[in-house]
Design a protein around this ligand. Structure first.
Ligand code: KIV
Length: 291
């Protein structure tokens, strides 16, 4: 596999503001964003000039090995947000509010959204449409930038019948459009649409004035999100139809692990260039004192 070195910038990249993101939308420039959960990935993404990073609760599946996202908690999400911010100081970072951190009441939702901002996020994302509109209103009234998220919403996948595409019938599309309008009306500045029929994404985008980003929602969006583990080919449990793998790191990693294992067994590693030798003459000195 060949990884192209990112172009060197003369000036450090400037972090995009909400205004920049709107200007890009108005100029027809698509936003490219991925999830990031750790410092090395965030740093590499910033060097590759990714527009935004989502510290998604998909960390539960991609890093912690759960089958869903609902095991994620505020302390876990905040630790990952802080790691991403430290390593990508010039990238717009969105913290993903975990299950039950915003659904219970508005006060708790504001407090938890604020904790993401205190840990370095520029905005928060939460799942749901009409039924969380009061929480979106409360958080944005507190001065925090909110990303809405509708369509396939993994935190309520139990009610959706699993990880299934949404908006495939006229009735479900109508529901989705009503949710999108409620999210905007409540004060969200951005909307993410996940696993939704592209025809419905197009209608949502036509009817909303805020930028509409997609993941598995077709090309008619203002920007595209991919889960980093899918993009890199690390997550092997399943591959949704909408994923494009840009690398096969699972294969590369397995090959590297096997090669290392063989080197250790065959006493090839560590070799002479992997050790810290004593200073000249010190070994003889030591031997004399031991004799
Ligand atoms: O947690 C996440 O990565 C997400 C995306 C699936 C949209 O919310």
């Amino acid at each position: 596999m060949s990884l192209k070195a990112p172009k060197r910038r003369e000036k450090p990249m400037k972090k995009k503001s909400v205004l920049d993101l709107y200007k890009m939308r108005d100029a027809g420039e698509k936003i490219a964003w991925i999830t990031a959960y750790d410092a090395p990935t965030a740093s590499l993404a910033e060097q590759a000039e990714m527009d935004m990073l989502l510290v998604g609760d998909s960390v539960g599946m991609c890093i912690y090995g759960f089958n869903g996202t609902n095991e994620m908690t505020m302390p876990i999400m905040l630790a990952h947000t802080a790691a991403v911010r430290r390593a990508a100081p010039n990238t717009f970072v969105i913290g993903d509010m975990p299950f039950l951190s915003y659904q219970i009441d508005c006060e708790e939702a504001i407090r938890n959204a604020g904790a993401f901002i205190r840990h370095g996020a520029d905005a928060i994302k939460l799942e749901g449409g009409r039924r969380v509109a009061d929480k979106i209103r409360a958080i944005s009234d507190a001065g925090i930038v909110v990303f809405g998220h509708i369509g396939l919403t993994p935190q309520s996948s139990g009610q959706l019948g699993g990880f299934k595409a949404q908006g495939l019938t006229a009735d479900s599309a109508k529901d989705m459009i009503a949710d999108a309008e409620a999210v905007q009306e409540a004060g969200a500045l951005f909307l993410l649409v996940e696993a939704v029929a592209p025809e419905v994404t197009g209608i949502v985008r036509e009817r909303l004035s805020i930028p509409v980003y997609g993941i598995g929602a077709g090309p008619d969006t203002d920007g595209e999100l991919l889960i980093v583990s899918d993009l890199l080919g690390i997550f092997e449990a399943f591959k949704p139809k909408f994923v494009k793998r840009y690398a096969q790191l699972a294969t590369t990693m397995k090959e590297a692990f096997a090669e290392y294992r063989e080197d250790v067994k065959n006493r090839v590693f560590p070799g002479p260039k992997h050790v810290y030798n004593m200073k000249p003459g010190e070994l003889e000195k030591l031997r004399k004192t031991l004799a």
